[in-house]
Design a protein around this ligand. Structure first.
Ligand SMILES: CC(C)(COP(=O)(O)OP(=O)(O)OC[C@H]1O[C@@H](n2cnc3c(N)ncnc32)[C@H](O)[C@@H]1OP(=O)(O)O)[C@@H](O)C(=O)NCCC(=O)NCCS
Length: 159
């Protein structure tokens, strides 16, 4: 899999996006564990699937789940609560495609605002969000208890 952006888009394998199903939790949990210093517990992922106010998408490449995004929506606002791509599948546009698909879904549901929190040191994720039109609205000092990193609250207006 690609680790680095190729110059020719067709080099990337096809990415299929779909709603997450309970049978896929195991693979999602593996990606979660490989991606975060304080990963979610398995039960938290399962609860998100059962939540009627949640939308959870997975990206499948060559029959394997390679990334996922999870969000909670309430009326006009959506909160993106989790996004990760398998370390071996990064820089293949999977994260960007997941985010774009989620935002299209949200617009169709008449969601007006998308919010998220990101670590101030997570430069790759911040770059992705900025490129997709998210703006910094607040910096929260020492937001992350496990290492004291600041949290950045970012938002995008979905016209
Ligand atoms: C952040 C993350 C989801 C990005 O997924 P990805 O599929 O690798 O990203 P994409 O290939 O779609 O890249 C889209 C854009 O993100 C940014 N980006 C992604 N990885 C980057 C890196 N290593 N360095 C700098 N920018 C990066 C770039 O702006 C990139 O656009 P470009 O390729 O045109 O330069 C992935 O790195 C990841 O899973 N990280 C660990 C979990 C995490 O931090 N999740 C976010 C929590 S808020």
């Amino acid at each position: 899999m690609c680790q680095k952006q190729a110059k020719v888009a067709s080099v990337f394998p096809a990415i299929q996006l779909k709603e997450m199903s309970p049978e896929e939790i195991e693979q999602v949990y593996l990606i979660e564990s490989l991606s975060f210093s304080a990963p979610w517990a398995r039960e938290s992922l399962e609860n998100a699937i059962d939540n009627p106010f949640a939308i959870n998408l997975v990206a499948i490449v060559e029959n394997e789940i390679r990334g996922f995004v999870m969000a909670i929506f309430r009326q006009e606002a959506m909160h993106i609560i989790n996004l990760a791509v398998h370390p071996k599948a990064r820089r293949c546009s999977i994260g960007r495609n997941l985010l774009k698909e989620l935002l299209i879904w949200a617009q169709q549901k008449k969601v007006l605002w998308a919010f998220l929190e990101v670590r101030s040191q997570n430069f790759s994720a911040i770059s992705l969000y900025e490129r997709e039109g998210f703006l910094l609205i607040e910096r929260i000092p020492a937001y992350y208890a496990n290492d004291g990193d600041d949290g950045l609250i970012m938002a995008k207006f979905l016209s």
